[in-house]
Design a protein around this ligand. Structure first.
Ligand code: SF4
Ligand code: FE
Length: 491
């Protein structure tokens, strides 16, 4: 089957019986819901750009499984060049949407599950790798969006899955049948869950023999019987319901997270990728996290490009673009953003093949990449706020700028007063000024801050998770030896 167009992708979602709840109610037509639609538009951009000949090299690639042309979001990376192109593609999408475009979690799970199932089969004589290849071929041929679901609620963090008072705190097998398994549990803050055709579930931590029933990975359709989602709300999200697109800041695009619940969902054998081989849970987690930490060196950089651009526009509209202090802040923002990109590219260049044949990033550098992402976007938005000025949070609403209610002694309307007092640099409309201020507000502390700030902190693992990996991969012993050699210290 050919690549889907953006329109076909949106229409394909209507065919699913996905169960979505928001504000305490079931949402029937969630595809057209004004709270949800911007996040769908964002995934749709991954389809739209793949149709554009200008971006064909970045967005499409030959499948290693079928030889067909596929969207890169469904690809198994075959070289370091593929890994680099992945990061460049994500930067491009970030620039076009200024949001989380959600489809990367699937791509990162494909690459992690592909290599982990190969090694699990090697050790246990299981057939998970074949299962996965068949599944991924179906995904590639139909150009599907798949959610990579990893983060369990975790309950009491001091306890292992089998020790939890409520066993559902981690997704687990509750019944084994000859034809498959029945699973229960949930995954929290799942990016793009509602907008995906299928889900791949993976464990979220390393597991021991006692956690066997929790060491499980599988694919299931998003509208599987027993599965439903409770939509996550975002800061200022109900602005999308007010009919003031300027006040939303980025009315067209947005991210999406949801709580995904599995209430006795049956998984046929052919969609199982791990089922009790607990020593491979950690490998799957580490690889998925590694790929997603690389991803942030692309997507957040693209969004950063838009934030820097908006800050520069705000300076221009305020008439201060030539001020050396402003120029220096823009330099600093660029330096921070390009440092993140350098990390994304570096961990890709240093990638190597797995036993299964697909390419994996350098894990140490991917973790350094994500560790920087937990910090630099915060500094970038701090500088953006500094440049923009307080107006980004004190500006009256779009309705005021359009209101013909008379307030002045000479019959001036609210609109005229707002337009008079919020005029700045000659030739710049107050509407453009509103747009850039509200965009920055959205990025720095509105709905988009979910993706640009807090997701930079906690997405793909919180900072401490990267520090653990950096400690593991940092080779301090080897570095001690360097010091001994140079300093002439003999053992
Ligand atoms: Fe992709 Fe970035 Fe969103 Fe993760 S946070 S799904 S890498 S856009
Ligand atoms: Fe993410």
């Amino acid at each position: 089957m050919a690549l889907m167009t953006a329109k076909e992708y949106i229409e394909s979602l209507r065919k699913l019986n996905t169960r979505v709840y928001m504000f305490g109610k079931k949402i029937e037509n969630w595809v057209d819901d004004p709270m949800i639609r911007p996040s769908i538009n964002c995934v749709a951009m991954t389809y739209a750009l793949a149709q554009d000949p200008k971006y064909a090299d970045l967005m499409t690639v030959k499948s290693s499984l079928t030889g067909h042309t596929i969207n890169r979001f469904t690809h198994l990376h075959q070289s370091t060049e593929d890994l680099i192109n992945k990061v460049k593609m994500q930067r491009l999408l970030g620039q076009k949407t200024a949001s989380c475009f959600q489809r990367c979690v699937g791509m990162d799970s494909f690459n992690a599950v592909f290599s982990t199932t190969f090694e699990t089969d090697e050790a246990h004589g299981t057939h998970y790798h074949e299962n996965f290849k068949k599944f991924l071929t179906m995904v590639q041929d139909n150009d599907l969006t798949v959610d990579g679901a990893m983060t369990d609620p975790k309950g009491d963090r001091s306890k292992a899955p089998h020790d939890q008072a409520d066993p559902d705190m981690y997704v687990h097998v509750v019944e084994r049948r000859p034809d498959g398994i029945v699973v229960c549990g949930a995954k929290c803050h799942q990016t793009g869950s509602v907008n995906s055709h299928w889900h791949i579930f993976m464990p979220t931590i390393s597991m021991s023999e006692a956690d066997k029933d929790w060491a499980v990975s599988f694919a299931c359709p998003t509208d599987a019987e027993g599965m439903y989602m409770i939509y996550g709300r975002q800061s200022c999200d109900t602005r999308k319901l007010e009919g003031c697109s300027i006040d939303v800041g980025n009315a067209k695009f947005g991210g999406q997270e949801a709580l995904v619940v599995l209430d006795h969902v049956f998984i046929p054998n052919e969609y199982i990728f791990l089922n009790g081989e607990c020593e491979f849970a950690g490998m799957m987690v580490e690889r998925f996290a590694g790929y997603h930490r690389q991803s942030y060196g692309g997507c957040k950089v693209g969004v950063g490009d838009v934030v820097i651009g908006a800050a520069a526009l705000a300076a221009e509209y305020n008439g201060v673009e030539k001020a050396s202090a402003v120029k220096d802040k823009l330099i600093e923002m660029t330096h921070l953003n390009e440092t993140l990109y350098s990390c994304g590219i570096a961990c890709s260049c240093e990638g190597c093949p797995t036993k299964a044949g697909n390419y994996q990033i350098d894990l140490l550098l991917a973790n350094v990449c994500k560790q920087n992402v937990t910090r630099f976007p915060y500094e970038i938005v701090r500088l953006a706020e500094d440049i923009a000025g307080g107006l980004m949070v004190t500006l009256p609403s779009q309705k005021d700028f359009e209101s013909d209610t008379v307030v002045g002694n000479n019959g001036e309307t609210i609109s005229e007063i707002c337009n008079k007092y919020f005029a700045a640099h000659e030739g710049v409309s107050t509407e453009d000024r509103q747009r850039v201020m509200r965009f920055l507000e959205n990025m720095c502390l509105g709905a988009a801050a979910v993706g640009y700030r807090t997701e930079s902190m906690h997405g793909a693992g919180s900072p401490q998770a990267q520090r653990i990996m950096i400690a593991r991969q940092g080779n301090i012993q080897g570095k001690k030896q360097f010091a001994k050699d140079v300093a002439g210290i003999k053992d």
